[in-house]
Ligand binder design. Sequence first.
Ligand code: PLP
Length: 377
Amino acid sequence: MRSKIPNTKTSIFTIMSRLSNEQGAINLAQGFPNFPSSPKLLSLVSKYVDQGYNQYAPMAGVQVLREKLSEKIASLYKYAPEPESEITITAGATQALFTAITAFVHMGDEVIVLEPCYDSYIPAIKLNGARPVSIPLNSPNYDIPWDKVKAAISDKTRMLIINTPHNPTGAIISKKDVKELEEIVSKHKILVLSDEVYEHITFETRAHESLLASDILRPYSLVCFSFGKVLHTTGWKLGYIVANKDLSDEFRKVHQFNVFSCNTPIQYAIAEFLDEKEYLELPSFFEAKRDLLLEALKSSRFNAIPASGTYFQLLDYSTISEEGDFDFAQRITREKKVASIPVSSFYSDLKDDKMIRLCFAKTDDTIKRAADILVNI
Ligand SMILES: Cc1ncc(COP(=O)(O)O)c(C=O)c1O
């Protein structure tokens, strides 16, 4: 059998979660909350199931949900996308990303990715016969090296993938970054696929800079979001993508044969639940968890630059061990019973900066128990 992506192996999230389960470890590896979603939202799902909303949703998503999303986006980013033609409900952000790449990236095209990056981007580019052009973010703050991005643009460049707030580093882009991007897009007319699944998780009152807020970027941007990250429901695999009508039309041509449509009762439930605006509490909710973790690790031998967003915190363990990060993360899971993700797995060349990623979307008790162990390593 000739694999289309021969170098792609089982994802690190599967590997570390499996090891964590086998070892009975505290799982700070995979990015999912270990606390329940809102009881009100859960009862709304039951309500819509019981009321018989159980057949196919419209291809682009339930209309009332798209209308609510348009209002939400307008209130946050001062731009109201047209619900009918500019918002498409997807089976999570992962499907939105894959479908967007498939819809726009041709065989032989180049797509610029900034590494470390979420693990689905590069396989999706390769499966479409295109070439990922990887640019490492500047360490230690993981800001974007715009000079290198500009130098990497060729006549084959079709798309640039941006992720802010950024997984795994917790970095966020600034207004200055948006200006740089505007300059590039105006000059080269390339598409930007913007992964903004952690839009509501930014700290110390820093604002999330959505590309949807830019008049210059909007005509070239596909911006994707995830309800899993906003509602603490990663298992529902529901999200959405926002793009102008022309881009959305092309996106939907692929979407209709990729999933056709997504879970109906949950779309109705979310539409009703969005009125609660619970997402506005997410920054302080997760900032308190980040601070709990960092405070508890203050006297540890790990070094941390506090995450500016997301529910991930990177820890530098270079003063503790010279092991590679994969070996270190596996050993700590086996011996100390705390599972993490080695950051090299977010680089195509497995660049090893002696960093592990912890997910702090966990109950305070779980964070404290994990920190009590880590502080003694
Ligand atoms: C940066 C980033 N993009 C996309 C996703 C996928 O989101 P979803 O679960 O909605 O597919 C994740 C999930 O961890 C993520 O961290």
